[in-house]
Design a binder for this molecule. Sequence first.
Ligand SMILES: Cc1cc2nc3c(=O)[nH]c(=O)nc-3n(C[C@H](O)[C@H](O)[C@H](O)COP(=O)(O)OP(=O)(O)OC[C@H]3O[C@@H](n4cnc5c(N)ncnc54)[C@H](O)[C@@H]3O)c2cc1C
Length: 328
Amino acid sequence: MKLQKKIVTNKNLSKLNSLQIGVKAKYFIECKTDADLEIAFNFIKTNKIKFLILGDGTNIVFKEPYKGLVIKNGFKKEKKIIKNKVKVSSGYNWDRFVSFCIENSLYGLENLSGIPGTVGAGPIQNIGAYGEEISNYIDHIEVYNFKTGNIEILNKMNCSFDYRNSLFKKNKHLFIKNIFFKLKSEFIANNSYQDLQVYKFKKATEIRKSILKIRNQKLENYLTKPNVGSFFKNPLIKKKDLKKLLCHETDLKFYNHNSLIKVSAAWLIEKCNLKGFRVDKARVSKKHSLVLINEDKTPISILKLKDKIKTNVFKKYNIKLEEEPTIV
Ligand SMILES: Cc1cc2nc3c(=O)[nH]c(=O)nc-3n(C[C@H](O)[C@H](O)[C@H](O)COP(=O)(O)OP(=O)(O)OC[C@H]3O[C@@H](n4cnc5c(N)ncnc54)[C@H](O)[C@@H]3O)c2cc1C
């Protein structure tokens, strides 16, 4: 196999994922330019190997060494404002981008302050927090198609955005290169989320400050307590199943979600007495029961822990929890 200079072998990924799992990628490239993408494309085609796109690794669990090519997103250069539209390179840091928009009097993203990771990973699971989702402000997305080697434009309508889901989850050959956002020129506070209702926000900087403070109090710092944020999605159940649940669990936490009911996964985990629960070198956070902390360089403990949680919740409630991060 002929290796291009830019492609390295046996790259340790421990510093490139927030669980700090120390598996190796057989091949690794950081793509900063279109020419780099082409190198990756030709390498994959010639050697017929699998590949994985990597942002900042804050929503990924490496369960074993990666036998293909890891393509790290290094597109960070561009941020361009045209009236209320902004074009941004996908490798740019998400939270810095949110701050940049507020500084330039462009609003809508402020409730998504403090979410770790790159801009380009945002659409994958349609990142959301405090009553907002990234998809509310996306106009269109420019992707590099690793099946064809072509650049394509996807309008928001074609991205199948849903709760922690999008077209990209099943189309892993699409590398998000640039995102075009359509933002608001006037600040209207969205304090629909319970924790924010007590405040009256006049400026976007105020809501950002409150959200950063709440996040800091409620969540674990992934730099010192390796985690991927919420490990499970809130399960969606049918209305008829909600009625059955409410017969036994009068304090159940749930929300309407289109024609379905979104049940709080944190509530389910707590009701199974799993807050703070430990399996070997992984544990459920005592601060937030959706956060699993990894104290190991291997994925063994955290995978056992998440399976144990899933089994217990299923046994007690007949509800299947689904993992939020990508597991590879
Ligand atoms: C402490 C903490 C708090 C968090 N809070 C939230 C929260 O409030 N709300 C929320 O929604 N999420 C939250 N997350 C999850 C995470 O921050 C987001 O999912 C984020 O968008 C991941 O970005 P990343 O660059 O680290 O992606 P990665 O972990 O590198 O990748 C995640 C997935 O996206 C794919 N991907 C990444 N970049 C691209 C690209 N350019 N093109 C195509 N595919 C790509 C990867 O292949 C992978 O499948 C939290 C995580 C942590 C650690």
